[in-house]
Design a protein around this ligand. Structure first.
Ligand code: FAD
Length: 392
């Protein structure tokens, strides 16, 4: 089949690589000028781990994995309240778990298809039409494409979704949280940041600081805000960060000063995408575009990979129309459950009150006690049985 994929993030690159391996002709279109390095350290487990295993990627993922030693919960003066060893947390995913930077995963996926799949950067889709046999797309560089299938892998603010299903308001469930992340070179001030996630949480705001290779430091903010709209500008985001975190102690004043000049500054709303359908005619959505679970579920990238891997398998074994139906039916109900459970545990990841913060601390400490660990298992899904094939 001839397939056009819009978006070269985790979902788009996974799908492109798998389809090319199965002999399909694939073209990818990405609006960014090249590979994107922005983003924070992600947890990677569940169905995405299964997909990576079937794709033969575990060795590459092991190489980008950060063997973080623990989670260190800080007071506002930087002293440690308590620590939780990360290897014990990893047991909550039965040891099938990685930590790596989102950009490093994108790089691994890109390397697999480099030279085999054309990726057109600095471009997007303008419009499309479809009939019973084909899809026709007009791209922003003036070129036209026609083929069997159009896939929107263009993330939470998907343009393909908008073109097919209409305005985002009906599909995006705001969690009224925002996240920011960026990195910078280590200075003497950060001497104490050593191989752990250091986390300072106060009701309604949270910052974590952790080390990266190459003597760099990464920071990750979460904040509750009623002021920001769904897609604030960088200036609005920086202003809100400064206002909300300006009175925090520890390393926060220095970090805020750096935020304005960070080259890889990432800021976005924390939200979920809920769609009545993931496909329409010869158009399919994958990853965040159709089922963003949000960082509260801790597995957005993993599910994006699992969804793309499943769609690729379906397209290799069926005609296009059957493939889209099997893809949607086999994953949508399960991912909807992941979304619900993420909303239920939201106050654990992000306490809004002192009482929720207290409960978070009690649960965090209990989660590494061996006899209690079965109650804290990471909620994840497994790959559908028909997708569980390993390439040789
Ligand atoms: C740069 C970046 C940083 C991120 N950092 C975080 C983070 O810190 N915390 C967090 O929770 N989640 C983050 N995410 C989201 C996270 O990567 C996703 O939840 C997850 O990986 C699912 O991946 P996806 O491929 O479906 O979507 P995404 O990772 O969002 O990838 C979508 C891709 O499509 C491209 N794209 C978007 N619109 C268009 C368009 N109109 N035309 C062409 N291409 C388009 C984007 O540039 C991107 O490369 C980040 C995403 C990106 C792109």
């Amino acid at each position: 089949m001839d397939i056009l994929i819009i978006g070269a993030g985790i979902a788009g690159l996974t799908l492109a690589g798998e389809l090319e391996r199965s002999g399909h002709a694939v073209q990818v279109v990405e609006k960014a000028p090249g590979l994107r390095t922005e983003g924070y350290m992600i947890d990677f487990f569940g169905a995405g781990y299964d997909a990576a295993e079937h794709m033969g990627l575990l060795k590459e993922l092991e190489e980008i994995h950060y063997p973080i030693s623990g989670l260190s919960i800080k007071r506002s003066d930087g002293s440690t309240r308590y620590s939780v060893p990360y290897p014990k947390l990893r047991k909550l995913a039965d040891g099938r778990h990685f930590n790596f930077m989102r950009g490093d995963l994108e790089h691994v996926l890109f390397k697999r298809l480099q030279g085999r799949v054309p990726v057109l950067y600095r471009a997007t889709i303008q419009s499309f039409q479809q009939d019973d046999h084909s899809v026709y797309a007009q791209l922003s560089n003036g070129s036209e494409w026609s083929g069997d299938l159009l896939v929107g892998a263009d993330g939470i603010h998907s343009r393909v979704r908008k073109l097919v299903f209409g305005e985002p308001e009906g599909f995006i469930r705001s969690l009224k949280l925002w996240t920011a992340a960026f990195t910078f070179e280590r200075t003497a001030l950060y001497a104490d940041i050593q191989n752990s996630f250091d986390l300072l949480t106060e009701p309604g705001r949270q910052i974590s600081i952790y080390p990266l290779t190459g003597d760099r430091i990464a920071v990750f903010f979460l904040l509750r805000s009623n002021k920001l709209n769904a897609r604030p500008t960088r200036e609005e985001a920086l202003h809100e960060l400064a206002t909300r975190f300006g009175d925090m102690g520890w390393l926060v004043p220095d970090i805020l000063q750096r935020s304005g000049t960070a080259a890889d500054f990432y800021f976005d709303a924390v939200a979920q995408v809920e769609m009545p359908q993931w496909t329409k005619g010869r158009v399919a959505l994958v990853g965040d575009a159709c089922h963003c679970v949000s960082l509260l579920a801790g597995q957005g990238a993993s599910l994006a990979m699992a969804g793309s891997y499943t769609l690729a398998q379906c397209l290799t074994e069926n005609d296009a129309m059957t493939a889209l139906t099997v893809y949607e039916n086999s994953l949508k109900p399960q991912i909807t459950e992941v979304q619900k459970s993420a909303r239920k545990v939201a106050s654990f990841f992000f306490p809004d009150t002192k009482f929720q913060l207290l409960l978070r601390d009690i649960s965090m400490r209990a989660s590494v006690v061996p006899v209690l660990q079965p109650f804290f298992k990471f909620k994840s899904i497994r790959l559908p049985a028909h997708s569980s094939k390993t390439y040789t």
